[in-house]
Ligand binder design. Structure first.
Ligand SMILES: [Zn+2]
Length: 309
């Protein structure tokens, strides 16, 4: 079962979290395979998207905020978009779009930053929390201060946290088709501890964790092996789960945004309009009657499948 363990170090200005997404991550990949979009993601994309999903879950768990955290990479290579979204209850979804075939040995730089124009954005989205709430977004390039391209998702996130949040973060991420995992150790914002070197020492310990260990060992074993000589104190355990926020209303609004002429053209060609959610594979169908209702005068009425029955 997927789990996220939060921990602190007694008397030290450092906090941490360890996430293991297992069933959640497998469901996410299976939905992709089952949605008719090929046989799923190629290995390099599984690695990148899994690490992004683990990182987004860690970051979401570390901030006090009611909405969703969205980690997005806008790439200039064969993966134009990769997104991981985690809400306040640690319900998550993720997807990547592919614009060209991807070889097994493709690197992260080749995937999303081939021409040096890739960007990483983190958005705090208060959507659904009432009117007047604005999303906050920070964007950084996928290169370090000297212009060298970043070669791992962990480097992207730690670079982002340093530039945008002034938070020193140590991060280890790993993903395959069975699990997406991450370990984060972070200096606590605004706190001066008695042990000035604590963050550096604990960060170095965290970074000594290998990708295979992170993927294969349980949380208790990992934390004991790394921090056996440190005053680690486990806090709560949370259970991240897959959840998609797509619904018929949102697809209807998208079709209305497309315009009547465009939607009628699709309808003439295909008899019905079908839209697949790229996150969960759910399909929304609109036949001629549904489309007519969408563009009828007055307030658009969108019947949900449950309401039709
Ligand atoms: Zn969906």
């Amino acid at each position: 079962m997927s789990e996220l363990h939060k921990f602190i170090f007694d008397g030290l200005p450092v906090r941490g979290a360890l996430v293991r997404l297992t069933d959640t991550w497998q469901e996410l990949l299976q939905r992709r395979s089952a949605s008719g979009q090929g046989s799923g993601y190629p290995q390099p994309v599984v690695h990148m998207l899994g690490q992004m999903t683990a990182a987004a879950t860690l970051l979401r768990s570390s901030i006090k905020f009611d909405g969703s955290l969205i980690l997005q990479v806008a790439g200039d290579g064969p993966v134009p978009v990769a997104v991981a979204e985690v809400d306040a209850q640690l319900r998550l979804r993720a997807m990547a779009t592919l614009s060209a075939p991807i070889e097994e040995d493709t690197t992260l730089v080749q995937l999303v930053n081939a021409a040096g124009r890739g960007r990483c954005a983190i958005t705090l989205d208060p959507r659904g929390l009432g009117p007047g709430r604005k999303a906050w977004q920070g964007v950084v390039p996928l290169a370090d201060a000297s212009g060298q391209p970043l070669t791992s998702v962990a480097q992207m996130i730690t670079g982002y946290m340093r530039q945008s949040e002034q938070l020193e973060t140590a991060l280890v991420l790993a993903a395959d088709t069975r699990a997406a995992c991450g370990l984060m150790v972070q200096r606590m914002p605004g706190q001066q501890g008695s042990d000035a070197d604590a963050h550096t020492r604990l960060g170095t310990l965290a970074q000594s964790l290998g990708a295979q260990e992170l993927l294969e060992l349980d949380a208790a074993t990992i934390l004991r092996r790394l921090f056996w000589d440190e005053p680690l104190q486990l806090l709560d355990i949370a259970r991240p789960a897959f959840h998609c926020t797509c619904d018929r209303q949102r697809v209807a609004a998208m079709l209305q945004g497309l315009g009547e002429a465009e939607v009628m053209a699709i309808l003439r060609e295909q008899e019905r309009v079908e839209v697949n959610c790229e996150f969960c594979g759910a399909q929304q169908r609109f036949d001629a009657v549904d489309v007519a209702a969408l563009f009828s005068a007055g307030q658009p009425q969108v019947a949900s499948p449950a309401a039709i029955q």
